[in-house]
Design a protein around this ligand. Structure first.
Ligand SMILES: Cc1cc2nc3c(=O)[nH]c(=O)nc-3n(C[C@H](O)[C@H](O)[C@H](O)COP(=O)(O)OP(=O)(O)OC[C@H]3O[C@@H](n4cnc5c(N)ncnc54)[C@H](O)[C@@H]3O)c2cc1C
Length: 388
């Protein structure tokens, strides 16, 4: 029986990041995924590499390292990584106040930020709605990938140029140190095993995931028909509501007052965890979202109310040539209650890498790189990941 150096369970961005990091060290790697191709959160997202959402310190540094890795990987695997930047639009004075505070915080360090007004915003994007526009915060740091294109290109690159063996349509049903078993009863040996199963974490080491209080979150998403070919969104766009969503803005003194106003005036946005963002996919369509429903609140059927609220809030901040929705989909991710990722040794040389929440495209490549580095350095028997 062939023995791999590393077996990865899950072919999303976390699994692929691990496979890439190990393959670069010359290791023999196999990746198993339940589906005939990756179909998890990693192909259902906005494709925003979003350092501006990460608080200053280790998380921001991780996001910036991931950014570098995306540029490297895009070049190696031959998929577009656009250095599009991001633009937060303020249509209310209290949103503008938060943006100004953020731009002037010492913690804005490491981001290339500029407060912009109407004329500059017109140069950056044709989409901003200028009725009652107060200003915006432009950041040059954010990147754009089209998730389905990127994930497929990375998979092909790892298989054809790095010797990684992919086993699709192969759910792993059991993991013990040194081997995994697939649903068809095939046993495969690996010196190290990483479980990166995203929102489907309940099936392997369920007690560990319960202890960590990982929760599933459901998001409703949509994409418009392609916009006219000469119309380009420019940077990713976000509205003031997004300031409530990412922890990087938490240090802004007037943020609590802004959040309270939204809760008072638009409680339904809090109920469904709605904030609004837009990103342009390779096909020219605009990816629009999103909402957040957790745990027992999740229903299989999408709510028309959520879609209407998202579009209503988007129409307040942007005007686009074509609002026709071409497709709708749901995304699910695993969220940790207090950490931006979960890396835990659950048995000797068996790691769970999960819990990226809404930040996996932004963080996973650097987190998985550091897992590989730590693992390389680990002496036998030494636990680096806080096994319980
Ligand atoms: C709608 C939406 C929008 C988002 N937007 C962004 C964004 O713009 N920027 C950002 O940074 N992050 C974003 N995120 C978050 C990001 O997409 C996730 O954090 C990230 O994709 C998680 O990657 P993952 O590899 O952990 O999980 P996944 O991509 O879900 O991959 C897990 C894989 O494991 C496989 N699997 C599960 N169980 C088994 C098993 N037993 N055996 C074999 N295979 C198994 C699944 O089939 C799946 O392919 C968004 C998420 C969603 C849902």
């Amino acid at each position: 029986m062939q023995q791999y150096d590393l077996i990865v369970v899950g072919g999303g961005i976390a699994g692929l990041g691990l496979a890439w990091a190990a393959a670069k060290e010359g290791q023999a790697v196999a990746v198993f995924d339940t589906n005939p191709r990756a179909e998890g959160a990693s192909i259902r997202n906005f494709g925003m590499i979003w350092p501006i959402g990460q608080p200053a310190g280790p998380n921001r540094a991780t996001a910036l390292r991931s950014r570098q890795l995306w540029l490297e990987l895009g070049q190696a695997a031959g998929f577009p990584v656009q250095q599009c930047g991001s633009l937060h639009l303020a249509h209310q004075e209290d949103e503008w106040a938060v943006l100004e505070e953020f731009a002037n915080l010492p913690s804005a360090e490491g981001l290339d930020l500029q407060l912009v007004r109407s004329e500059e915003i017109k140069r950056l994007t044709p989409a901003a709605n200028h009725d009652s526009l107060v200003g915006g915060l432009y950041s040059r740091t954010e990147l754009r990938v089209t998730p389905s294109v990127a994930i497929r290109a990375i998979t092909t690159y790892l298989a054809t140029s790095c010797g990684v063996q992919f086993h699709f349509a192969s759910p792993v049903v059991n993991v013990v140190p040194g081997e995994v078993t697939t649903a068809r009863g095939k046993v495969v040996a690996g010196q190290r095993i990483v479980i990166a199963t995203g929102a489907y974490f309940q099936y392997l080491f369920p007690q560990i995931h319960r202890e960590e209080q990982l929760r599933v979150c459901k998001l409703q998403m949509m994409i418009t028909e392609p916009q006219p070919s000469d119309w380009k969104l420019g940077p990713h766009l976000a509205g003031g509501l997004t300031l409530r969503h990412y922890p990087s803005f938490a240090d802004c003194p007037t943020l609590p007052a802004y959040c309270q106003r939204i809760t008072r005036q638009l409680p339904e946005l809090d109920r469904f965890g709605i904030h609004v963002m837009a990103s342009q996919a390779e096909c020219g369509g605009l990816i629009l979202g999103d909402s957040h429903e957790y745990g027992d609140d999740i229903e299989i059927r999408d709510k028309a109310e959520i879609e209407q609220l998202i579009l209503q809030e988007l129409r307040k901040i942007i005007s686009v040539p074509n609002w026709n929705i071409a497709r709708r989909w749901q995304g699910f991710y695993a969220k940790h209650p207090s950490q931006t990722s979960l890396v835990r040794e659950v048995a000797p040389d068996v790691l769970v890498v999960n819990g990226f929440g809404g930040n996996g495209m932004t963080l996973a490549l650097a987190v998985t790189e550091s897992v590989q580095h730590h693992w390389e350095k680990a002496t036998q028997g030494e636990s680096l990941y806080g096994s319980h």
